[in-house]
Ligand binder design. Structure first.
Ligand code: AGP
Length: 614
C-alpha cells in the first residue's frame, strides 16, 4: 500500500527520494509525489500513475534540495488522480505532509475545520490532517510545528505513518506512527525515513522502528523521540538491518515473482536451518522456548491470517490436529477482529503474516492479547509490527518478498507450521517414532525436490500458454491439498485477472459442477495420497462433463497421465509435506498465464503487497 520516503542531510535529496519510491513500487500504488524544500519554499510535484511519470513530470524542474519527502499513494478516500496524490498541503501552505493509513474521523474533523473557514482541494483524509495541524499551529500562542503535530494527532482516530514539513521550520522533519510502519535510518549527519527499510538499505544499516504513538523530530544533526501524549524525550532503540541490496534486485529474472519462485529451494532450506538437530532429528524452535509450557497447556489453537497466509494456516490446522491432536480453528483476521469470538486464557493464538504489517491481522492480535491469550507470530519481515506485537514467534527467513503475489513466503510458512506440528506432537507423544522420523526425512528432502520441479518450468509454460485465454478456472484438491487448490486459484486470479475458484474436491457436486463444460479449465491437485482414489473419481466426474483437466500428479502416475488433458508432475513424497511441492507448479502456471496475457506480474492492478489499512 502507500509508501513513504524522506531525507534530511547534505546530499541531494531528490534522487534518493525517487529511488526510494521505486524501491517501494512493489507495495502497490496508483500515484506518487515529492515535496522539496527549495529557496525558502516547499515545492510539491505529484502525478497519477507510475513513479516514472512523476520523474518525467519533474524533468524540466529544478529538483536539488537537502530536505524532502516523497510518497506513493494507494487510493482509499478519493479517486487516484493528481490532486488526491500526496504530498498534501494545508490551506495556507504552512504544512506539507505525506500520510499512510486512514483517519477514521476525518469527516467530522473536516466539517469542524470547514466551519472555521478551512477549504479543501481534494477528497482525501490526509488533506484534512494537514489542515488540522495548521489549525492547531495557529490556535495557541506558543505552538511550534512539533507541538501542533502532536496536538492534531491526539484528536485523530485511525492509523498513521506520517511525515510533516513546516514552511516556517523547514530544516526539520516530523514523523509519527500509529498502526502504520515507519522507520528512520541513521546516517552520518543525515537521516532517512521510510515505511519499510528497502529505500534506505544502500545508505545505512542502523534504523529505529517507531512504536505506536511515537513522534520523531529530526534535523540533519539531531533526532529526538517523544510520544504524541508526552513531551519528555525517550531513548530510541537502534537496530541493525540484515537486508542486502542484492535481495532487492531481480538478478537476471524478468520478474520478482519468478525470482522468488526459483528461490524456494534456498528459502525452504533457510527456514529449516538450525531447526532440526542433525544428530537426533529433534525440532528446535528457539523463539518458542520460553512460552513452550503455555503452548503445551493449550486446549485450543486459533490461527489468524489473511490471503495466502490464511491458506498456509489451513495446512497448519490439518497438521496440528492430526499429529499434535490439539483442536485448531483457522480464522480470517478481518472476521475474527469484529465477530466477538470466544477467546480463553488457555488458548494459543498464532498470527501468520509475511509482511507483519497487515492491519486486520494486527487488530486480531490486539484483541486476542486483550483477552489474555498467548499470541505467537509466524512472520517474514524482521522487526515488523506482528513480530513486535506478539508474545513470541518464529521468523520464516524467506528473505524479502517483493512480488505482490506471495510465493516463497507461503512455502516458508508451511515449513514452519510443519515444524510446529511435529514439535508439539513429539512433546505430547501423539506421534510414534517411525512416523516422526519419516516425515522429518521427507521434509529435509523438500528443497531438492522443489529444484527438480523448477527444472520443468518450460513444460508448465507451454501448458499455461494453452489456457491463457480462459475466462474462468476451477481448482480442486482434498485433504492437505485442498488449501493448495485455494492458493493456486488465488495466484491465478491475482496476477492474470482470470476468475478462479478453489474448492474442496468433495464439495464439487454441491455446486461448482454446474460450471463445468468444455471451456472450463479444471486444475486438479491429484498427488498420490490417502485421498487419491477419491480425487480420481472427481476427475472422472469432470471428464464426463467435458471439462479440460490439468492435473498436478505424482511422477510415474501413468494412469492419470492418460486420463487428463495436461499434467504437471511433482516427485513422490510423504503426503504431509506434499503441499510444499504441489504448490510450485501452480505458482509457475499462474505466472506464465499472466505473462502470456501481458499482465503486470509484480504489481497487479488494485493490489498492494502489504495491506496496512482495512
Ligand atoms: C498473496 O499472494 C496476497 N497478495 C495476499 O493475499 C497476502 O497473502 C495477504 O494480504 C496477507 O499478507 P501478509 O501475509 O503480509 O499478512
Amino acid at each position: 500500500m502507500c509508501g513513504i520516503v524522506g531525507y534530511i542531510g547534505s546530499k541531494n535529496a531528490y534522487p534518493i527520494l525517487i529511488k526510494g519510491l521505486q524501491r517501494l513500487e512493489y507495495r502497490g500504488y496508483d500515484s506518487s509525489g515529492v515535496a522539496l524544500y527549495q529557496h525558502d519554499k516547499i515545492n510539491v510535484f505529484k502525478k497519477k500513475g507510475k513513479v516514472s511519470e512523476l520523474e518525467n513530470f519533474c524533468t524540466e524542474e529544478e529538483t536539488y534540495t537537502n530536505v524532502g519527502i516523497a510518497h506513493t499513494r494507494w487510493a482509499t478516500h478519493g479517486e487516484p488522480n493528481d490532486i488526491n496524490a500526496h504530498p498534501h498541503q494545508s490551506m495556507n501552505g504552512t504544512f506539507t505532509i505525506i500520510h499512510n493509513g486512514i483517519i477514521e474521523n476525518y469527516e467530522k474533523l473536516k466539517n469542524d475545520l470547514a466551519a472555521k473557514g478551512f477549504t479543501f482541494y481534494g477528497q482525501t483524509d490526509s488533506e484534512v490532517l494537514a489542515n488540522l495541524i495548521e489549525y492547531m499551529y495557529n490556535e495557541g500562542e506558543h505552538v511550534n510545528a512539533e507541538l501542533a503535530v502532536r496536538m492534531a494527532l491526539s484528536r485523530v482516530v485511525g492509523a498513521y505513518g506520517l511525515v510533516v514539513m513546516c514552511k516556517n521550520e523547514p530544516e526539520q522533519l516530523i514523523a509519527a506512527r500509529k498502526s502504520s510502519p515507519l522507520a528512520i535510518g541513521i546516517g552520518d549527519g543525515e537521516y532517512y525515513l521510510a515505511s519499510d527499510a528497502t529505500p534506505m538499505i544502500e545508505y545505512t544499516k542502523s534504523v529505529v522502528y517507531l512504536n505506536d504513538k511515537d513522534v520523531a523530530i529530526i534535523t540533519k544533526n539531531s533526532f529526538t523521540l517523544k510520544t504524541v501524549d508526552n513531551d519528555a524525550a525517550i531513548t530510541p532503540e537502534v537496530q541493525q538491518l540484515e537486508l542486502s541490496v542484492g535481495e532487492l534486485e531481480k538478478n537476471g529474472y524478468d520478474h520478482f515473482m519468478l525470482k522468488e519462485i526459483f528461490e524456494q529451494p534456498k528459502t525452504i532450506t533457510d527456514t529449516l536451518r538450525g531447526r532440526i538437530d542433525p544428530a537426533t532429528k529433534e525440532v528446535f524452535l528457539g523463539g518458542l522456548t520460553e512460552v513452550m509450557p503455555r503452548i503445551l497447556d493449550a486446549q485450543r489453537v486459533v490461527i489468524i491470517a489473511c490471503g495466502t497466509s490464511w491458506h498456509a494456516a489451513l495446512i497448519g490446522e490439518y497438521l496440528i490436529e492430526e499429529y499434535a491432536q490439539i483442536p485448531v480453528e483457522v480464522e480470517y483476521a478481518s472476521e475474527y477482529r469484529y465477530r466477538k469470538p470466544i477467546i480463553r486464557e488457555n488458548d494459543v493464538v498464532i498470527a501468520i503474516s509475511q509482511s507483519g504489517e497487515t492491519a486486520d491481522t494486527l487488530a486480531a492480535i490486539g484483541l486476542a492479547k486483550e483477552k489474555g491469550a498467548l499470541v505467537l507470530g509466524i512472520c517474514n519481515v524482521v522487526g515488523s509490527s506482528v513480530a513486535r506485537e506478539t508474545h513470541a514467534g518464529i521468523y520464516t527467513h524467506a528473505g524479502v518478498e517483493i512480488g505482490v503475489a506471495s510465493t516463497k513466503a507461503f512455502t516458508a510458512q508451511v515449513t514452519v507450521l510443519t515444524l510446529i506440528a511435529l514439535h508439539l506432537a513429539r512433546k505430547h507423544q501423539t506421534i510414534n517414532n517411525e512416523r516422526y522420523f519419516s516425515i522429518i526425512d521427507d521434509l529435509m528432502c523438500i528443497p531438492g525436490k522443489v529444484e527438480s520441479i523448477l527444472l520443468k518450468h518450460l513444460a508448465i509454460k507451454t501448458i499455461a500458454e494453452k489456457y491463457s485465454e480462459a475466462s474462468n478456472a476451477l481448482y480442486l484438491g482434498r485433504g492437505y491439498l485442498f488449501p493448495v487448490a485455494l492458493e493456486g486459484a488465488l495466484k491465478l486470479k491475482e496476477i492474470s485477472y482470470i476468475h478462479a475458484e478453489g474448492y474442496a474436491a468433495g464439495e464439487m457436486k454441491h455446486g461448482p459442477i454446474a460450471l463445468i463444460d468444455s471451456n472450463l479449465p479444471v486444475v486438479v491437485v491429484a498427488a498420490k495420497d490417502r485421498y487419491y482414489e477419491k480425487v480420481v473419481s472427481n476427475i472422472q466426474e469432470v471428464k464426463a462433463r467435458k471439462g479440460n483437466i490439468i492435473a498436478v500428479i505424482t511422477e510415474g502416475d501413468n494412469a492419470l497421465r492418460n486420463m487428463v488433458a495436461d499434467i504437471m508432475e511433482i516427485p513422490a513424497c510423504d503426503e504431509v509435506v506434499t503441499p510444499l511441492l504441489a504448490v510450485i507448479p501452480l505458482q509457475l502456471f499462474a505466472y506464465y498465464v499472466a505473462l502470456a496475457r501481458g499482465c503486470d506480474v509484480d504489481q497487479p492492478r488494485n493490489l498492494a503487497k502489504s495491506v496496512t489499512v482495512e
